[in-house]
Design a binder for this molecule. Structure first.
Ligand SMILES: Cc1cc2nc3c(=O)[nH]c(=O)nc-3n(C[C@H](O)[C@H](O)[C@H](O)COP(=O)(O)OP(=O)(O)OC[C@H]3O[C@@H](n4cnc5c(N)ncnc54)[C@H](O)[C@@H]3O)c2cc1C
Length: 354
């Protein structure tokens, strides 16, 4: 078998989209995936395509929405359902809503409470306050990564699934990957291994695991919007968690924790539902279908790490809580860098931590 032009390590949303773009540009691409397409965060997220509220990442999100609109392969881009940010304390909402209006007017924050709020979302507790943002498109969690993987295969990318791979570098140049005890050469290597990126690089990289627990359930009357608790209240409690709920395809994902240690999802599920019931009382009666824990690949400054870090060695990781929302736009940038067509903006370049 001849060596590929590019070896991609990881078949989450980022690696799958990258493989599709490179194969469609005519390169021979082999994807190395240790477990399966969308096996980690890209299949275990909450499923909201959301505005990143960070100027540096807005172009990634805008590009991602364009790429999703033309993706096909079973993926449909919904219109924004709206995100409703909630608190029992109106004074906690005024500042953030004003700041969002000034920085991101496209989100059109609208303050809501009382009958106006319960008219929009009848299941909410009656004493809450909120603002609504024009973003939040619910999609089934694994659908985006699967569609990009199908598109990559259609364009000729090969997928080698079942063994972890590590980038091989000699004299400052990527030579291929080490997999199942063998060296397999490649013209270039792109590492999109999520929170395991440091391991797949065989080197230190500024990415940590931020563990999220999600409880899946079906409600008779699920909320139409994405609902979120304002982020400042509960991150001081014994377990760092903020209530959110996203419903796609009839299943609701109730979240979530933000933990640096691997949690036990079954032990935390009752706590997440109890905290959620403060906002959406129906959650106190709901019977969970299951609970799962998965790490978000978080970079040290919260922005993705994109582009070259050595000759022929590229990284695309570190999307933290918003990799489904922004990952395809990142993959497009890194594909253009591999193809020598474009440079990565300095605030997103992986080399900024060198
Ligand atoms: C609980 C939770 C809720 C979330 N909610 C949202 C949300 O609502 N909206 C949103 O936009 N984002 C959300 N995210 C974040 C989003 O899921 C991630 O940012 C995104 O999926 C990361 O994609 P990735 O391709 O970089 O990594 P991953 O999806 O982690 O993919 C990496 C892949 O690489 C493979 N791999 C790792 N090491 C190796 C190796 N050595 N060799 C071969 N293969 C390897 C893994 O098996 C995996 O398949 C959420 C995340 C979590 C955990």
């Amino acid at each position: 078998v001849s060596a590929p032009d590019v070896a991609v390590i990881g078949a989450g949303i980022v690696g799958s989209a990258l493989a599709a773009f490179l194969a469609e540009a005519g390169l021979r691409v082999r994807v190395y995936e240790r477990e399966g397409v969308a096996a980690l965060a890209s299949g275990r997220n909450s499923g909201a395509l959301q505005h990143p509220m960070d100027e540096a990442q807005v172009p990634l999100h805008t590009r991602s929405l364009e790429l999703y609109a033309e993706l096909g392969h079973g993926f449909e881009l919904p219109e924004p359902a709206g995100v409703i940010v909630l608190s029992p304390h109106p004074e906690l909402l005024a500042g953030p809503a004003a700041e969002i209006a000034a920085r991101f007017p496209e989100l059109a924050p609208e303050r809501l409470s009382g009958a106006e709020l319960t008219a929009l979302e009848p299941g909410l507790a009656p004493d809450l306050h909120a603002y609504r943002l024009e973003t939040g498109r619910p999609v089934p969690p694994a659908s985006a990564a699967r569609a990009f993987a199908a598109r990559a295969q259609e364009a000729g990318a090969e997928f080698a699934i079942g063994e972890p791979a590590t980038a091989e570098v000699a004299a400052g140049r990527a030579t291929g990957v080490r997999v199942a005890g063998r060296s397999e050469p490649a013209g270039a290597v792109a590492v999109a291994a999520g929170w395991l990126t440091p391991e797949a690089l065989g080197a230190r990289a500024p990415i940590v695991a931020l563990w999220g627990v999600i409880v899946e359930l079906q409600l008779a009357h699920p909320p139409r919007h994405v609902l979120e608790q304002t982020g400042v209240e509960d991150l001081t409690g014994e377990v760092e968690s903020v209530f959110s709920i996203v419903t796609a395809g009839g299943t609701s994902a109730v979240g979530s924790t933000f933990l640096l240690e691997r949690p036990n999802p079954d032990a935390l599920a009752p706590l997440l539902l109890e905290r959620g019931a403060r906002f959406l009382p129906a959650l106190s009666q709901a019977r969970p279908l299951g609970a799962r824990a998965c790490p978000r690949p978080l970079s040290l400054d919260g922005r993705p790490l994109l582009g070259p870090i050595a000759d022929g060695l590229f990284v695309a990781s570190g999307h933290g809580p918003w990799g489904v929302s922004n990952g395809p736009g990142s993959a497009r940038l890194v594909a253009d860098a591999v193809l020598g067509r474009d440079e990565i903006p300095p605030e997103l370049a992986a080399a900024r931590f060198a």
